[in-house]
Unconditional design. Structure first.
Length: 400
């Protein structure tokens, strides 16, 4: 089982970790939000480089997840100190031994643990395009955050030093097409900004809850769970790609509609249909013009009927009823299979974690109790391919 109680709790810790917490901040800047933004930026940078390099998307995704887990484990180390540690291989290996020991009991699958171990001890010694894209995306996401900090600390004597350090760290990556695009006011830069604004939208906004989770951070949580579910079903590389980025983009329309809570959306079929239509109209008007034209169809594939299983055959999108059907008939890259059911299940599991963690911290409401109970009951007896949800939910003793 790839997804388990311990893994989920560790990933969720990313919502508790504050960034730039030694500076005046107009709002909390959260670790998982930064990594969500980073993976969107890595996606864009990779899209610009596909004609120059053979991108291993599975490596890009897994390295991004592993790096976030490492950052969670060592969150007490400030970025400048961490940067110095990485320059000393023998010291960095010791730090990675600490990280590996921390997670060795969390990764139940030997294959996943071996991949994580290889990432920790070998990736910084390799010269791969995937690592280069992730490093560039990481720095750009930090610069994006720094601009918020800079405006809130106009007289701070260290601001100029931090700006120069970030610029110096970015300089090795300025030959990337995407970084050149993002350095100028091209539409794609506005798309990165638009996606980043999802960190300012809080989920369950009408309820008192800890920790507060943003739509941006929630999107990465869904993406990681979807990816692990797909791996559990032995998905082909294209399905893994679609599971992760389908999860990452599943709430993209909320960048222009704001987060509309599920009880409102589902209060009537007519209202739900109207909201979906409005989301697409706004996407056409405000989101798609920011994308490269040849990316639009893929983003539509991620965001239209985002919770349905589907494939592409003879240029047409075909709905597939079950995950088992995808596993047995369409588990090949050529079908561009999309696990909408698993993304929906990941979305619900992420929502469950959000309310369960708040209840576990002692802040709960009737609405949260009802949501946690309903999600748990909905999935306790479900199985999608090799993903048995009972084995996940039974470990969460319901404090709600």
């Amino acid at each position: 089982m790839f997804v388990n109680y311990l893994t989920l709790n560790e990933i969720f810790r990313g919502f508790h970790i504050q960034r730039w917490n030694d500076r005046i901040r107009p709002m909390d800047l959260i670790e998982i939000d930064k990594h969500s933004h980073k993976m969107l930026i890595a996606f864009i940078l990779a899209k610009y480089e596909v004609n120059n390099y053979q991108i291993n998307w599975t490596k890009l995704i897994s390295y991004g997840i592993f790096e976030m887990l490492r950052r969670i484990a060592i969150s007490d180390i400030k970025s400048p100190i961490y940067a110095e540690i990485t320059k000393r291989p023998e010291v960095f290996d010791k730090l990675n031994e600490f990280v590996l020991n921390k997670y060795s009991s969390i990764f139940e699958e030997p294959e996943l643990l071996e991949e994580f171990k290889s990432f920790l001890f070998q990736s910084h010694r390799e010269d791969s395009i995937e690592l280069k894209l992730l490093n560039a995306a990481h720095i750009y996401a930090s610069i994006w955050e720094f601009k918020i900090i800079e405006n809130a600390n106009p007289g701070n004597y260290q601001i100029e030093k931090i700006r120069k350090e970030l610029d110096n760290r970015m300089s090795p990556y300025t030959n990337l097409i995407g970084i050149q695009k993002l350095s100028e006011p091209f539409p794609i830069k506005h798309f990165v900004d638009l996606f980043g604004y999802l960190r300012f939208q809080y989920r369950w906004a009408q309820l008192p809850r800890v920790p507060k989770t943003s739509v941006l951070g929630h999107s990465l949580l869904v993406a990681i769970i979807s990816y692990l579910f797909a791996r559990q079903n032995n998905a082909c590389p294209k399905r893994l790609y679609n599971a992760f980025f389908g999860g990452l983009f599943h709430d993209l329309p909320e960048a222009v509609t704001r987060d509309i809570i599920s009880p409102v959306k589902t209060s009537s079929p007519e209202l739900d249909e109207l909201i979906k239509n409005l989301e697409q109209e706004l996407a056409i008007a405000e989101i798609y013009p920011l994308l490269e034209p040849d990316w639009i169809e893929e983003i539509k594939y991620f965001t239209i009927d985002e919770f349905k299983n589907k494939i592409v055959t003879d240029g047409e999108i075909v709905i597939v009823e079950t995950v088992e059907g995808l596993n047995s008939l369409y588990n090949e890259d050529s079908f561009n299979a999309f696990d909408g059911s698993l993304i929906r299940a990941a979305d619900h599991l992420a929502a469950f974690l959000e309310v369960w963690n708040s209840c576990n911290a002692g802040i709960k409401t009737d609405e949260m109790s009802s949501a946690a109970h309903n999600i748990r009951e909905r999935y306790m007896n479900k199985k999608y391919g090799d993903v048995e949800f009972r084995r996940i939910y039974e470990h969460f003793k319901n404090p709600c």
